[in-house]
Design a protein around this ligand. Structure first.
Ligand SMILES: CCCCCCCCCCCCCCCC(=O)OC/C=C(C)/C=C/C=C(C)/C=C/C1=C(C)CCCC1(C)C
Ligand SMILES: [Fe+2]
Length: 539
């Protein structure tokens, strides 16, 4: 580890990060790892993570970071021994691509072209047969009831076996719920209920964001998805342009949805989809003027609080850190990117694989990251004055004469082109509650090169970093019988291209951010986005 100062910017002239954006083969059986350091004796179970693994099919490249075919990874920890395994998910997108040796289903930033072997008439019908939505579940994996699902953000989720990593079945959420897709970041209640949010394009082009609930495992063993329901509908601020939503907030009594100025132009989406060469990225646009709207709904009974219109200036948001209620206020902590220019425009693989100077140049033009705290008063009574009376924050909320409440944030962390992203908290203990610590991946001009711990009360940071090493989102696992909030370990997959064994599972002491152990493996592990712990729960 080097550089204890979070503001010290490390350079990557050797461009070793390129390795995490290269295709790898799946494994037929788990690989052994070499463990150095001391693994906590209580740490047993599996870490499951998702990401892209196949970045081209034959001669056809995928263009965007979120296009590569879904690869599931597993580190298995058992009595001090660690193995590593990975398999491609047998999605329709993958199976058909492998069979036809070309991109068959359009991905986020890569369009599928019609089969050149088809004659002109059958090609014509392929163009106009409508939208074939991708099931490439590269974003996350989480449990629903007793089952594990690999997911993207469409209506298709894929059931997988967390032990063998085999693909079990494709599930269409539209068979159960009125949604066009849901996020890859659900919330889970203490009783196992799963909540999520998604766009819903209703009849007559009516638009809403639906919050859904999937109940906990059923006593009769039936599939909880069969009992899933929409619990509350939030309106869209623009008629044909819902905002892109990647996650949401949930406190003890409220749902919080941040409607960002990155919009899906539905007319473009529906009209241009059948045209040659269109992909999802082509259907996004930024609304420079609308700013960012916060929506709040109560959980029980589920109802939209329509009288409060919370507004602030434009930002992109992908990851909610946490949200909680305190003394009549809702505190919402977010990883934001300033402005309305869509951050995903900067995540094309050509950008990510460029020489270091070019990577930096491109990130200079992109929105700048900031971790922010917004505070929403539930009692709104006085025009023109700051309504936030929480002693520990400088965030403000002012009621204007037009009835809107203007929010200004408190900045929790800011560093030029140094993002604190992919946030994780001690979820089982602190989700929806007042908390102290968040752990995240440090992105240096979009390149992941450190793991950071942020104390949201003092703004102190600690970090782990190692030369020419590229970590992933750190997952927090509490110590059994933990007393303090940060009593536990962080697990992250790190790629160190020059090393004899170029990837390792890193186990950090979450309190000190020091290394406890690493389990190194003789293969490169491509970039992973999100993950969870497997069936034999870690701990
Ligand atoms: C781990 C290191 C990464 C290195 C760089 C990362 C930089 C990150 C900067 C910001 C954070 C962004 C986090 C995003 C994380 C993520 O996992 O995003 C993946 C999202 C995907 C693949 C989304 C797919 C969504 C689709 C296909 C949506 C489809 C739809 C529409 C667009 C409209 C109509 C409905 C429908 C079909 C659902
Ligand atoms: Fe995410």
């Amino acid at each position: 580890m080097f550089s204890p100062n979070v503001n010290h910017i490390v350079e990557h002239p050797a461009a070793g990060y390129r390795k995490i954006f290269e295709t790898v083969e799946e494994l037929n059986e788990p690989l052994p790892t070499e463990v150095t350091g001391v693994l906590p004796s209580w740490l047993s179970g599996s870490l499951l993570r998702m990401g892209p693994g196949l970045f081209e099919v034959g001669a056809e490249p995928f263009h965007h970071l979120f296009d590569g075919q879904a690869l599931i990874h597993k580190f298995d920890l058992r009595e001090g021994h660690v193995t590593y395994h990975r398999r491609y998910i047998r999605s329709d997108a993958y199976v058909r691509a492998m069979a036809e040796k070309r991109v068959v289903i359009t991905e986020f930033g890569t369009a599928a072209y019609p089969d050149p072997c088809k004659n002109i008439f059958s090609r014509f019908f392929t163009y106009f047969q409508g939208i074939e939505v991708t099931d490439n579940c590269l974003v996350n994996i989480y449990p629903i009831g007793e089952d594990f699902y690999a997911v993207t953000e469409t209506n298709f989720i894929t059931k997988v076996d967390p032990d063998s990593l085999e693909t079990l079945k494709k599930v269409d959420l539209c068979d159960y719920l009125s949604v066009n897709g849901v996020t890859a970041h659900p919330h889970t209640d203490a009783d196992g209920s799963v909540y999520n949010i998604g766009n819903c394009f209703g009849k007559n082009m009516s638009l809403a964001y639906n919050i859904i609930k999937i109940p906990p495992p059923q006593k009769d063993g039936s599939d909880p998805l069969k009992r899933s329901e929409v619990v509350v509908q939030l309106p869209s601020s623009e008629r044909f342009k819902p905002s892109y939503v990647h996650s949401f907030g949930m406190t003890e009594n409220h749902f919080v949805f941040v409607e960002q100025p990155v919009k899906i132009n539905l007319l473009k989406f529906l009209s241009s989809w059948s045209l040659r060469g269109t992909n999802y990225m082509d259907c996004f646009e930024s609304n420079e003027y609308i700013g960012t709207w916060f929506h709040v709904a109560t959980r029980d009974p589920a109802a939209y609080l329509s009288s409060h219109k919370f507004r602030t200036s434009a930002f992109n948001v992908f990851h909610h850190i946490n949200a909680y209620e305190d003394q009549g206020f809702i505190v919402v902590d977010l990883c934001t990117w300033k402005g309305s220019d869509f951050v995903y425009n900067y995540l094309y693989l050509a950008n990510m694989r460029a020489e270091w100077d070019k990577v930096k140049e491109s990130a200079m033009r992109a929105p700048q990251p900031e971790v922010r705290r917004y505070v929403l008063p539930l009692d709104i009574y006085r025009v023109g004055k700051n309504l936030v009376s929480l002693s520990y924050t400088t965030a403000t909320a002012v009621l204007r004469s037009d009835g809107t409440v203007w929010l200004e944030p408190e900045v929790l962390f800011s560093g030029p082109r140094q993002a604190f992203e992919f946030p994780q908290i001690n979820y089982s203990r602190c989700s929806g509650k007042n908390y102290r610590y968040v752990y995240g991946l440090g992105l240096n001009h979009f390149i992941p090169d450190r793991i950071v711990k942020l104390n949201v009360r003092t703004k102190d940071t600690r970090l782990w970093q190692e030369e020419d090493s590229y970590p992933s989102e750190p997952l927090f696992i509490p110590t059994p019988e933990a007393i303090d909030e940060d009593d536990g370990v962080l697990l992250s997959i790190v790629v160190k291209p020059g090393a004899e064994r170029p990837s390792f599972l890193l186990v950090l002491d979450a309190r000190q951010m020091t290394e406890l152990a690493r389990a190194s493996v003789n293969t490169i592990i491509p970039v992973t986005l999100h993950g969870t712990v497997g069936k034999r729960a870690i701990s």
